[in-house]
Design a protein around this ligand. Structure first.
Ligand code: AKB
Length: 312
């Protein structure tokens, strides 16, 4: 029987992935955890500081956990406020998960990586799987190191660690926090609330993004893939779509012609300018059949329809 522990289950991806895994494996077989309490959570929730090894170990042992999705992390923009603390939290929590997995024979570990692992010394278009990684944020440094630690635990201990380099994730179900791609979620909320949007990136800054449904589908496909199909043990490049603030604004304007935007780039512009514009995800396509299903206009339609229902 599959028994799953999720860290960071209250986050943007975590809250949606938790529901998907509950549906797939049964509500009682998913133990969702987060640093913060989730008062109205449907299912098994435990408050957990993932930097506390003993606390993770207790949950793993008590619940006979055999898969871990380690989503807890501090993201790119927030991470720059306190680089050493970010490093400490992101790495310590990962080491705890890898160690508990090794010691208690966990079957599979999922570790999210990010387009933040790429620095500005790579081809920014169609960014390949294995360029020289020179990340420009502490979050990116922690993710590129984390990828290599996952690979190390696989090579040295045979631990089945699987990972995706997510682009910016856009969904209506949850809010992101502390990322550089967050504007692309916020813009839909402002549009639906009939407010003007002030964008913290310049209008032509193209970044790789992915609709939540695609991000969840990719995660499940990777975790379901036969072990022998997994040829990338650091982290898979993953592509959904690519667009600039101007392009997402124009896509929203097709539905709300009166929507307005202004551009006030801040420190996050520098981070975004160091990231790829589009991603080559050939390995994911070949190894486990990845193919994104959503483009910008299709996503805009669904985002607006769902948010209109929420704000009603
Ligand atoms: C961020 O902007 O930090 C994240 C990411 C791309 O990993 N959304």
């Amino acid at each position: 029987m599959i028994k799953i522990l999720i860290t960071g289950a209250g986050g943007q991806l975590g809250s949606v992935l938790t529901k998907e895994l509950q549906q797939k494996f049964g509500v009682q077989n998913v133990i969702a955890t987060d640093l913060l309490e989730k008062p109205n959570f449907m299912g098994h929730f435990e408050q957990l500081d993932a930097t506390d090894y003993k606390a993770i170990e207790k949950i793993v042992v008590e619940n006979k956990i055999n898969q871990i999705y380690h989503l807890a992390a501090i993201l790119s923009a927030k991470g720059e406020e306190n680089p050493l603390k970010t490093w400490d939290i992101n790495m310590k929590s990962l080491f705890n998960v890898l160690e508990v997995s090794r010691l208690y024979g966990i079957d599979k570990v999922f570790y999210p990586s990010s387009i933040a692992v790429f620095g500005d010394k790579i081809p920014r278009e169609n960014t390949p799987q294995n360029p020289n990684l020179t990340p420009t944020t502490v979050y990116g440094i922690s993710k590129s190191s984390g990828e290599n630690w996952g690979n190390y635990y696989f090579e040295k201990y045979g631990l089945d660690v699987r990972s995706l380099r997510y682009p910016g994730i856009i969904g209506y179900q949850s809010l992101p926090g502390g990322g550089t791609t967050d504007y692309a979620v916020d813009i839909y909320h402002k549009a639906v609330k009939k407010e003007k949007f002030s964008c913290f990136l310049e209008k032509n800054t193209v970044l790789p993004m992915i609709f939540m449904n695609d991000a969840i589908r990719a995660t499940v496909a990777l975790m379901d893939a036969p072990k022998e199909n997994i040829s990338v043990r650091t982290s898979y490049n993953l592509a959904g779509m690519s667009f600039s603030p101007k392009e997402i604004f124009e896509s929203i304007k097709k539905i709300y012609p009166n929507f307005r935007i202004s551009y006030k780039p801040d420190f996050r512009q520098k981070i975004a300018s160091s990231w790829p514009q589009s991603i080559n995800d050939t390995n994911a396509r070949e190894d486990w059949g990845w193919k994104p299903a959503y483009n910008l206009d299709r996503m805009s339609k669904i985002m607006i329809q769902k948010l209109e229902e929420q704000y009603k």
